[in-house]
Design a protein around this ligand. Structure first.
Ligand SMILES: *Cc1c(COP(=O)(O)O)cnc(C)c1O
Length: 354
């Protein structure tokens, strides 16, 4: 039986996408060949790449606005250094809102001055800092829209005239935003789009070409744009699956439609966390994430029974990250509302029987 999959990443993908993807590994669209044995320069794969890239811009409402979508490799972790390599000439501003932003800061420091404009480290990253000043002479401001480990999410993005770079790995395509407020968005595929192995980069072309250093070709966004995201052999399978997921999202009604479902899932879990005296939310209420809900038991003695009940109900992947403890329910786009319902039933059952 298929489990209720709350895994934080890699994570659940739509069932129909996985079915189509598995079929394409045997034979792609009746062409007598597998997706993974054809040239990336074949007309079939070029079609897949073009479709994936244009679906990204279409879903984000960025068509004709000077943006390019790239499917790269090396994960979001490579973007930590690549963004700085391509954009950091003198100094950049970063907000430190969790483990991933701390890693981004560490990499950027190899390329120039990094100013930490705000941090929530004082409370183990359980909130989003607000109201910090943004110098106007920065090369860019880097933020993390959703802090996967801690379960916090930016609801209102900073207004600034400097280029805005956003690590959107764990909430991309989950809610409607004015995506044109960002100049560069990156996201590892494995949280809301596809299997691990490709990284989506959406970039406003006119922010490039402003640093004086030489950039190695593989790390140069301009090179990848010039080659239509095919500078070298792209990871064909994760890109194909990402394309199928983006198509699934479009058929569902796009980001507006998924946002409604995501809101319902989040309301369901958080209302249980609030009403059930056995549980306590980790993140500040106004900043809590619609993708990753973090919470703990108020009585540690109930740990074994709660976890046994989860297992019995077919619930997978709710253990919290070691730096937070407790539990984390990741509710990415493909997670059905019923799965959250099952988890909430287990939580209220625990209250009845404890
Ligand atoms: C998972 C994650 C990363 C790391 O992604 P990789 O693809 O493993 O390098 C970076 N940032 C955020 C916000 C994440 O959730």
């Amino acid at each position: 039986m298929k489990k209720h999959n709350f895994s934080a990443g890699p994570c659940i993908l739509p069932q129909e996408v996985m079915k189509k993807a598995s079929e394409a590994v045997i034979e792609l669209d009746g062409i007598g060949l597998s997706l993974i044995e054809i040239s990336h320069r074949s007309k079939e794969f070029i079609g897949i790449m073009e479709n994936a890239r244009s679906l990204v811009l279409e879903l984000m409402g960025l068509e004709g606005k000077g943006y390019q979508a790239l499917f790269l490799q090396g994960g979001a972790s490579t973007e930590f250094l690549m963004t700085a390599y391509n954009l950091l000439e003198k100094k950049a501003g970063y907000t430190n809102t969790g483990a991933w932003s701390a890693k981004a800061i560490k990499e950027a420091k190899l390329f120039g001055e990094v100013i930490e404009l705000a941090s929530s480290a004082d409370k183990n990253f359980n909130y989003i800092p607000k109201g910090y000043a943004i110098p106007t002479d920065l090369d860019y401001l880097h933020i993390t829209s959703n802090n996967t480990i801690f379960g916090t999410q930016i609801k209102k993005f900073p207004k600034t005239n400097v280029p805005l770079v956003c690590d959107m790995s764990s909430d991309i395509f989950s809610r409607q935003l004015d995506f044109s407020q960002f100049d560069l968005i990156y996201a590892g595929a494995q949280k809301n789009m596809g299997p691990a192995g490709t990284t989506l980069v959406v970039i406003k072309e006119d922010i490039l070409g402003k640093v004086s250093r030489q950039i190695p070709s593989m790390l140069d966004y301009k090179v990848h744009i010039g080659k239509d995201s095919m500078f070298n052999t792209p990871p064909v399978f994760p890109i194909y699956v990402s394309m199928l997921t983006l198509q699934w999202l479009k058929d569902l009604g796009g980001i507006a439609a998924i946002e409604k479902i995501n809101d319902k899932k989040a309301r369901l879990i958080y209302s249980e966390v609030e009403l059930n005296p056995l549980f306590k939310g980790f993140a500040a209420v106004e900043d809590r994430s619609n993708m990753n809900a973090t919470f703990t038991l108020t009585d540690d003695a109930l740990k074994d029974s709660f976890e046994a009940m989860c297992k019995e109900a077919g619930i997978n992947g709710v253990n919290g990250h070691r730096s937070v403890g407790g539990y984390r329910a990741s509710m990415y786009n493909a997670l059905p509302l019923e799965s959250v319902g099952t988890l909430v039933d287990v939580m209220s059952e625990l209250e009845r029987t404890a």
